[in-house]
Structure formats: structure tokens, C-alpha cells
Design a binder for this molecule. Structure first.
Ligand SMILES: [Ca+2]
Ligand SMILES: [Ca+2]
Length: 365
């Protein structure tokens, strides 16, 4: 009996140890955003074919599946599944660069002009599925799925009460708008370059554009057929599908998570870092915390949450300042503005070396 008990207890210890190990493993997976990430996606349309080129990053996962869906109603519904399609599409796609998919759309959709066909690239890594599109400014955007989330926190009075908000589907730029993107906008429109445009601390092509007023950001979004995110959209997106955490990855901020003041670990930047220098969140979004503050569409109201609508809130009807979110590369470790729920605000004509933006886009109605 004694030996059997001994074995049982060893088995129990092993079992407990394995359980603890599994939990730890799950925690590590969740801490290191295990999401399938696409980069450098391009869509080319010529001689009856639609060619999709993309890079697939490996942030964890296995058996990457890639599938294409198409819309012929201007992007309202993506209910066309290509048949005459070849290349790096389907099951067991290996991560790598310069991958190509060729869809002979003229066979599947005879008579439909290629430019009327919109494309979504869907990627699944066995844990998460993300859906990507390309905006009019050629920026990669990811679908933030419709549904409820818990907005606000109890860390600051203006973030209370925590309340349920429902948002429709929308797309969001995976990264802050870069100087390279903003240059295209300036070239196309003759818009005035922003302050700091020639400042070497901030002006590499893949650093986020800074020094933009809220009006500049709105003008860029309009040029690209997009708009600024509402404060609610920004916060839902930043949370990345997790519930109740301070940051997109959990409750602890480290130098391997985001670019904030000073350097150490992954963070080697005193000023802004190139976009996508840190791991993405659960929705495949980069630098929601740190790097540059991001303009939101809403006017700011300290007490807004006490009476805001629960369905697609658009912010107060009037105000003096606009909302900024996410903190920046000049915010300290203890800065309250690096949390996903933190609310910051500034006058819309403000220009600053740590203020930038990213765009969102509605699903057409
Ligand atoms: Ca830094
Ligand atoms: Ca940011």
C-alpha cells in the first residue's frame, strides 16, 4: 500500500508540475503576442489576374493557413472565395518573404473588371486569425472584429466607470503613419510639411510622422479615404482582445514591450523608433503603447464615460481639446499615459515631436 501511495503521490506531483508548466506556457504565449503577422502586402491587377504578394512573419504558431476572400460590392461583403487560385495559399504555409498568390479572377468572375474586386488576406496560425486589407494609401490595415469590450479602468477618475461599449467592425492601420507615407500625401496634395519634418531625430522614412496637428491628421485620413479612430475604437484596438489589463500584453511594462523614455532591452531608441520595432498585440497592431501619441477623432471630456453611448460612441459634441492616446517615447516608466485606458488631450493645433496618428476605415454601408 505504501509503495502504491508513493507512486500516486509522485504521479500527482508530476501532474501538478505539468499543469503549472502548461499554465506558464500559456502565459508566455499570451505575453508574446502569438499572432500571424503579414507585411509588405501588395495587390497587382493585370491581364485577367490578381497577384497578391506578401511576407509572413513568425511570431509563434504553426500550420499557418492563408486564404483569400474577395468582394464585388465595394467592400461591404467578402463572400467570394477564389477557385482558380495558385501559389502560397491554403494550409501549411511557411513563414518567409516575397510570397505570391495568383488568382485568375477573369475565370471565376467573368465580366467583372479587376479594379472592382477588393481583396482580403486572411491568416491563421492555429491560435488567432487576422484579416488584412490594403488602404488607398497602400498602408496595411487589419480588421478589428465587431463586438463588446470593457472600456475604461479604475486607475484614474477620468477613466471611470468601466463600462460596456459595442463597436461595429472596422479596419485599423497596423502601425502609426510613417514619414514615407506622409511624404506621399504631401506630394499628392501640396499640404504644408509639419514641424520637425527636417529634424534628424524624427525624419527617417520608417519613423512615425510627428509634429502634425489634429487638422493635419484629419487631412491625411481624408486623402486616404479613411478617418481618425474614435477614442473607443482606439482603446478596444489597443487592448487586443484581452480584458482588464493595463497594457496590450498584460499588467507589466518592460523595455521589450514598447518604446518609452530612455533605453534598455529591445528599446534602443531615445527618440521615436521605426514603426513595428516591438511585437504586435493580439489584433496584430504595433506600437499602440509608446513611440508616439496618437490623435483620436473625439473631443475630450473628463466626465464623458459617465454618460457616453454604449454603441459606437463618437465622443462629446463639443470641446476645446482632442483626445490623444498611448503615451510616447518621452514618457517615463511610471508615466500614467502608457496604459491602454489612459486618456490624454491637447489643443488640436498643437504640434509636438511625440504626436502622430494612425487611421481607421469603416466597412462601407
Ligand atoms: Ca526609448
Ligand atoms: Ca503609439
Amino acid at each position: 500500500m505504501f509503495s502504491i501511495r508513493g507512486i500516486t503521490s509522485i504521479r500527482l506531483k508530476k501532474y501538478l508540475l505539468l499543469t503549472v508548466f502548461n499554465l506558464l506556457f500559456l502565459f508566455i504565449l499570451s505575453a508574446y503576442s502569438n499572432v500571424p503577422v503579414i507585411r509588405n502586402m501588395q495587390i497587382q491587377r493585370e491581364s485577367g489576374n490578381i497577384k497578391i504578394i506578401y511576407d509572413l512573419d513568425n511570431y509563434g504558431g504553426s500550420n499557418f493557413q492563408i486564404f483569400v476572400t474577395a468582394s464585388i460590392d465595394g467592400g461591404r461583403t467578402y463572400d467570394v472565395s477564389p477557385v482558380s487560385i495558385t501559389g502560397e495559399v491554403g494550409e501549411n504555409i511557411e513563414p518567409g518573404t516575397g510570397k505570391e498568390i495568383l488568382w485568375n479572377a477573369s475565370i471565376d468572375l467573368p465580366g467583372v473588371p479587376l479594379e472592382d474586386i477588393k481583396i482580403r488576406l486572411n491568416v491563421n496560425n492555429g491560435y488567432t486569425q487576422l484579416t488584412y486589407i490594403i488602404g488607398n494609401d497602400n498602408a496595411l490595415m487589419v480588421l478589428i472584429p465587431a463586438g463588446e469590450f470593457q472600456m475604461g479602468s479604475e486607475n484614474s477618475e477620468n477613466e471611470m466607470p468601466v463600462h460596456t461599449v459595442y463597436l461595429d467592425d472596422f479596419y485599423m492601420d497596423v502601425h502609426e503613419v510613417t514619414n514615407a507615407q506622409y511624404q506621399e500625401f504631401l506630394n499628392a496634395t501640396g499640404h504644408e510639411p509639419p514641424e520637425y519634418w527636417n529634424d534628424p531625430r524624427f525624419n527617417a522614412p520608417d519613423q512615425p510622422v510627428v509634429g502634425v496637428t489634429w487638422y493635419d491628421a484629419v487631412a491625411y485620413c481624408q486623402w486616404a479615404g479613411k478617418r481618425l479612430p474614435t477614442e473607443a475604437e482606439w482603446e478596444k484596438a489597443a487592448r487586443g482582445g484581452l480584458v482588464g489589463y493595463k497594457y496590450p500584453w498584460g499588467d507589466t511594462l518592460t523595455r521589450d514591450n514598447a518604446n518609452y523614455v530612455g533605453t534598455g532591452g529591445t528599446d534602443i531608441w531615445n527618440d521615436t523608433s521605426p514603426v513595428r520595432s516591438f511585437a504586435p498585440n493580439g489584433y496584430g497592431l504595433f506600437d499602440m503603447i509608446g513611440n508616439v501619441y496618437e490623435w483620436c477623432l473625439d473631443y475630450y471630456d473628463y466626465n464623458y464615460y459617465s454618460n457616453s453611448p454604449g454603441y459606437n460612441p463618437m465622443g462629446p459634441e463639443e470641446g476645446n481639446t482632442r483626445v490623444l492616446r498611448g503615451g510616447s517615447c518621452y514618457d517615463g516608466y511610471l508615466s500614467d499615459y502608457l496604459r491602454v485606458a489612459s486618456r490624454f488631450n491637447y489643443y488640436p493645433e498643437t504640434t509636438n515631436g511625440i504626436i502622430g496618428f494612425r487611421c481607421v476605415m469603416d466597412i462601407p454601408e
